[in-house]
Every structure is written in C-alpha cells, then in structure tokens.
Design a protein around this ligand. Structure first.
Ligand code: MOS
Length: 752
C-alpha cells in the first residue's frame, strides 16, 4: 500500500481485452432502439406504427398501451433504487422532453433504428416550464421533501451579526445544467435463463441495480445478476437505477430472447440524470481584520415535477470556515424536466463555487490576500456543531500550492499583469470533500503457492479500484502483487457500496484488509503450537483486530506453506463483512438489499471528517478576442493515507481538469420554450481536450488520520474538481477586473 504500482487493468484496457457491458456475448440477441418524446409536457394521443412495423426484421414495438407492467421504485435518495420516479411506458402522460415513449425490438440494430424513426406520434402538448424564472414552476424548501436533506444548518444570530458587521458582501451566483457524458453509452443487455436474469450494464452499484430491477419486475432479487467488470465512466450517472433496465428486462422475458439496447448519445441526456442548475445568494459579514462574523448561504436547485432531488451543499459551505453566526436555506424548484442526480462532487462543485467566489470578493473588499483571509478563518472545529475535524490540512495545502504556483509574485491589483495581447490573472480557492464510508463485504481465497483471489462487488469506474484492492490484499497477506487476482463488478460477489461519494477505497479496502486478516488469523493459529512462532511472531505478523497504520508498517508475511501444512488444506478462504464505526444497526441488512448507508462527513457522532485541498490557476484573457485560456492548474491535496500515488494523482488531475471545464466549457443549453436540451452531443457539449490543459500539477501532502477508519484513508475521487471553478473566476477578476458570477464563463461575458 502506498506504492505507485501501475494499474491492475492497464494492459487489458489499452489492448481492448477489457470487456464492457455491451461487449458481452449474447446468444441470438434481439436489438432494441428507444423512441423518445418530442414534447416536454402533455400527453400522447396516438401512435401510428404501421410504417414502422413494415421494416424488415421488426419483432415488436411496445408503447404504454402494450408494455409489460412494472412496479414502481422509490427515489434513490428516499431509500429506493431509482434515479427518477418518472416511469415511462406506463401512461400517455409526458413528464419531460426525451422521455422513453416506445421501444422497438428487431433482428438487427439497424432495423430497430429504422423502425424507431418511422414511429409517428401525435401529442397534445402543453407549454412546459423549463428552469428558473420559467412561468409555471413551483418552489419550496428542500427540507421535508427529500429524506437525504435533513437540515438547513444554522447557528447564532445571523441577521443581527450581519447588520452589525463592519464589512458586508451580498452576491448571487449561478451554475448550469451539466451532463456526465461518460464515453460508454447507457447500454443495457438482458438475458434470461429460465427464471434467472443476467443484466449487463455499466453500473456504479451492481447490488442496487440488482435489487431495484427485481423490485420493479416483482421477482426475488436472488434471481437477478448484474455484471460489468469494467465501466466506461460513471461520474454519478450510473449510481442509481434508470427506467430503461427493467423495461428491457421485462421485454426480454416476454420475447424469451436476450435483448441488447444501445441508446444514442443524445438519448443519454434524457434517459438518465444530470447535474441540476443552481442559484445561490451569499451574504458575508466580516470585521475589518478579516474575521467572518456572519455567513448566509441560500441555494436553489431545479428538479423534476415528481421528484425533489436535492444535492444541498450548505452542509459543507456552512462548516468550512469559523463563523459564529450562520444561516442557510435550500429550495427546490420543480419544472417539466427529467430528474437530476449525482454528478462528480455533487453538492460541493456548485455550492463551493458560490462560497469560494464570495470569499475572494470579500478579500478584495478588505484589501487582503485571499489566502490570508482563509488562514484567519481556518477552523479546527465544525462551526455548526462544534465537533473537531479528524484532521484538516487546508492551510498546509494552501501553503504548498502557493509555493509551487509562485503566488507570492502576484500583485493583487486587477489588470496589473499582461503578456502581449494577453491579460494574465491568478486565482485560488479551497476544495474539500466529506470522508464517506459504507458497509462492505469481501471474500478472499489464498492458495498455498500464494495465488490469491479477491472477490468484492466494488466497481472500477476508472478510479483505480482494482489496483488499490490488489495492493491491499498483497500487503496484508504478504504475497507478491502479481499473484493477486481481483474480481469486481458482479452482483454475485460479496456486496460493496455504491461507487459514489468517494467512499470506495475506504470501504472496499477496509473490508478486504479485514478479511485478509481473518485468513492470517487462521494461518497464525495453525502455526501457534510451533515454538518458532512465539510472541515475537505475533508482533511481526501483525495480527490484531484493527491493525493501525503503524502496525501495518511493521508487518511481515508469515510462512504460508508452513501454515498450510499445519492446517492440512490446499486453500484457505474467508468471507467477512466490515462496517465503519457509527454505521447504523441495519447496515448489513441494507447492504444485502442494495441500499446505501454511507456514514462520515459531518454526520459522525463526535467528529467531522473531510479531505481538503487548495487550487491555484492562471488564466489568460485576450484583450481583443476575449478568448480565455487556462495555462496552469496547480492543486495541493491532503486526503489521509494515499493508497497509490499514481492512481490518486490521476484522479486529482482529472478533477482539476473537470473543475476548469465546469468554469469555462461545460453547460447543457436549454431551449426554454420547449424545455429541451439543445447541445446533446459531444460536438456541442464542450469538454476539455489536451490543448485546453497545457499544465496540471498535483501535489500530494502526507496526512495521517487514524480516527476515520483502520486504513486512515479519506476519499479523493471527487476532491480535485471542487473549487476550481471559483479559482478560475477569481483569476478572471484578477486579469480583467470583471467579476463573473454565472457559469460557464463565455467570451461574450467578458467586457474589456
Ligand atoms: Mo459520485 S457523483 O458520488 O458517483
């Protein structure tokens, strides 16, 4: 552990041997193609299917009139499995543009597509409400609508303190709809053998999907298996079940034939989730010397008509800095849209954009260096509940990143640095992300020659999960890394949590470590009678109920062959279930039911756990064309023990790049008359290419935290892309003197 070993799955991926869900061979499959709604609100009056049915090879076309009946599933964030409660093919009603309204199944993909294009639909359309400010939306406080949103954090007396503050700032910010756009499309293949269903689908949560589809089909969950050893990008889009899966499963059952669905890129924009657009008003009151005395964060998010999806990031923004008087409120705006969902660093990306921009504005007001402003308000305790941070290296990150970036060279005056036609600006912002963990099971099998098999239904979504799990097993068992085989992404394996909320390494590696220690315990007990392994061995072998970071360092592998001889077996296999401290009593039952019980962050009993970082960026704005470039991104991060610096660096680098992208490139544009996504393809939905990111530097700070979990691991998959958007806007202000509070920043927003 802690070594930058190459990726376990690297060779398989670059040679094309990695099999993704839609690569799985099926026996005589039929092919499905979706027909999606051309209106956002109203109802279907009539289908004309004759033309479509005449296409050679068409097997079946289902609409709400003849689709298999499915049971409902609750929203993921209300304890269910689903990313939306909008269930297509159930009635003639249309809830959003791009809703699935028919599925064509044919002998070939081409025939299914051709027939789908010939399906004619008559609608009675009504005027939809698209987003903020659209007529017909409704707005209400998030609290009470969504069981995951429990509180609007507050402490002290904000109004009084803000009134009396020496320096005051009020500013409003906005972030757009964004779509995950993983390279792998939202494919689903379903094959039945008798009563047993196998689903091949890219998923960040195979046990959730298995249980959710079983619930919708009304069958025993043990009859369903979800398989996807590799996932071509998730970013939150594959964490919850979408309606397509049960539909395809039910159609495959009816036809008694495997069905393969490969939706198009544009359909992916409406048949799954997305990052909701948000608005924020921040009020900051401070003393002249920079101490925050009052902070208020009011956020609003757009969701669908039936679902109050809510990311609710004030839980983080109200706890990041010391402030005695805090207030917050999150509201949900209901519109005629598909339900939004998790997208990388769900609440922190939009919510910290607002706070970290406002802090920079306050620094300007105070004529103070923005790093110093953060130092003055650095917290050791959660200002809302008074609980101590398990560890917090925010300012150490600022210092390291500032040094690497050359922050001291910066003259604070806007428009003070230029290079030919380019105005240059420097900006910075904090990042943080809660340390989350969930109950996880694992099975490990050790053979006498050291070959090891680790089984855990975790998910390799590109993060390096295979690699860190293999490293954990190799170290705990004292076998060479090459001898460890890891099996993931299959719901027949022991359950692991959703690969979301940056919990995977902490959860799965803790479980694997525990089970490896069970094996050691068995081997050790077998060797105990021997004199050669007395008390000394006990220490060096490091068998203890909860090995700490220190104990792991002193570990030495035991003599496996001797122990196997003593046991008289050829294979030792152990299964175990690990749960983090403070996990609720029903954790293991929920784990087997595919329900997530993540703990950590601010919800721990006596402490609060977050990973931190600081990000510095340089932007260049062309004084004639207003083109905005970002030649340098520098981030320093502290996230407890780093299991593998190579995969960690990749995650953080990707995060920084995506953070820049969230400031300058990414937005799903909405036609407000039709509540329809316009740029629903990879040509018009802008994502960064290499030329957009000439320089990215990641600095990993060492941080020891033995209070979070036995490994001392904080998640970092989502840490990198938080705050970057604010750092960019802060740098644009420095370059141009212009404060931009609405993302993404386009060159037409710059006035010079
Ligand atoms: Mo991540 S958005 O929690 O998959």
């Amino acid at each position: 552990m802690g070594q930058p070993v190459p990726r376990y799955d690297a060779a398989a991926k670059v040679t094309g041997r990695a099999t993704y869900a839609s690569d799985m061979p099926l026996d005589n499959p039929a092919y499905a193609f979706l027909v999606t709604s051309a209106i956002a609100k109203g109802r279907i009056d009539r289908f004309e299917l004759d033309d479509a049915k005449r296409v050679r090879g068409v097997i079946e076309i289902v609409t709400h009139e003849n689709a298999p009946k499915l049971k409902d599933s609750k929203l993921f964030s209300n304890g269910g499995y689903a990313g939306t409660t909008i269930q297509p093919l159930k009635s003639a009603e249309i809830a959003h543009d791009g809703q699935i309204i028919a599925v064509v199944v044919a002998e070939s993909y081409e025939a299914a597509r051709e027939a789908a294009n010939r399906v004619k639909v008559s609608y009675s359309a009504a005027a939809p409400s698209a987003t903020f400010d659209s007529p017909g939306t409704t707005t209400a406080a998030a609290k009470g609508q969504n069981s995951q949103f429990k509180e609007d954090p507050k402490v002290g007396d904000f109004a009084k303190a803000f009134d009396a503050a020496e320096v005051k700032l009020t500013a409003s910010y906005a972030t757009p709809t964004q779509h995950h756009n993983p390279l792998e499309l939202f494919t689903t293949s379903c094959a039945w053998t008798g009563d047993n269903l196998v689903i091949y689908e890219g998923s960040q949560y195979v046990h959730g999907l298995k249980n959710g589809v079983a619930e919708q089909l009304g069958i025993d969950a043990d009859k369903v298996r979800v398989v996807n050893p590799y996932v071509g990008g998730g970013f939150g889009s594959r964490g919850s079940m979408t309606p397509r899966t049960a539909i395809i499963a039910a159609m495959a059952r009816r036809l008694n034939r495997p069905i393969k669905l490969v939706p198009t890129r544009d359909q992916g924009f409406t048949i799954t989730t997305h990052r909701a657009e948000t608005r924020h008003e921040i009020k900051l009151g401070a003393s002249r010397d920079g101490r925050l005395v009052a902070l208020r964060h009011e956020g609003a998010e757009v969701s669908s008509r039936p679902d109050a999806y809510c990311v609710g990031g004030t839980k983080t923004t109200t706890r990041l800095y010391v402030c005695p008087n805090v207030d917050s409120l999150v509201s949900i705006v209901r519109a005629d849209r598909n339900t939004p969902g998790f997208m990388r660093s769900p609440p922190e990306v939009p919510y910290l954009f607002a706070l970290e921009s406002a802090l920079d504005e306050l620094a300007v007001e105070l004529n103070m260096d923005p790093v110093e402003l953060r130092r003055i308000n650095d917290a050791t305790r959660d200002p809302i509940d008074g609980k101590p941070y398990t560890s917090r290296s925010l300012m150490a990150c600022f210092d390291e990143a500032a040094k690497a970036f050359g922050w001291s060279q910066r003259s604070p005056q806007p428009k003070s640095i230029s290079d030919g036609d380019w105005l240059i600006g420097y900006g910075c912002a904090a990042t943080c992300y809660p340390t989350l963990m969930g109950p996880s099971a694992a099975r490990v099998r050790l053979q006498r020659d050291g070959r090891t098999r680790v089984e855990i239904a975790g998910h390799e979504i590109g993060t390096g999960a295979y690699t860190v799990i293999a490293e954990t097993a190799a170290e705990r068992l004292g076998v060479p890394l090459e001898k460890v085989a890891v099996f993931m992404g299959d719901s027949d394996l022991p359950p692991a949590p959703v690969a979301g909320g940056s919990n995977s390494t902490a959860s799965t590696c803790s479980a694997v470590m525990m089970v490896c220690d069970q094996i050691r315990q068995r081997l050790f007990k077998a060797l105990m009678p021997s004199d050669t392994l007395a008390d000394k061995a006990k220490e060096t072998v490091g068998i203890s109920p909860a090995p700490s970071t220190q104990a792991a360092k002193g570990d030495r592998s035991l003599d496996i062959e001797k122990a196997f001889d003593a046991l008289g077996v050829g294979v030792v296999e152990e299964y175990g279930e690990w749960k983090p401290e403070g996990a609720p009593l029903d954790s293991f039952r929920a784990m087997h039911n595919g329900q997530v019980r993540l703990v950590g962050g601010h919800q721990m009993k006596d402490q609060i756990a977050y990973a931190f970082g600081a990000e510095f960026v340089e932007v260049r704005v062309n004084r004639f064309t207003r083109e905005i470039r970002c030649p340098r991104l520098v981030g320093a991060f502290a996230a407890g023990r780093i299991m593998n610096p190579r995969t960690a660096r990749s995650q953080l680098m990707g995060g920084l790049i995506w953070g820049m992208s969230s400031a300058l490139l990414e937005a799903t544009e909405i036609d407000e008359r039709n509540a329809r996504y316009v740029n629903d393809n990879l040509a018009d939905y802008l994502v960064p290419v290499n030329a957009d990111v000439p320089g990215v530097e990641v600095i990993l700070l060492s941080e020891e935290d033995d209070r979070i979990n036995p490994l001392g691991v904080k998640g970092l998959g989502e840490l990198g892309n938080v705050g970057t958007n604010a750092a960019i806007c802060n740098a644009i202000y420095h370059a141009t003197g212009q404060r931009i509070r609405k993302l993404p920043v386009r060159l037409e927003d710059i006035e010079l």
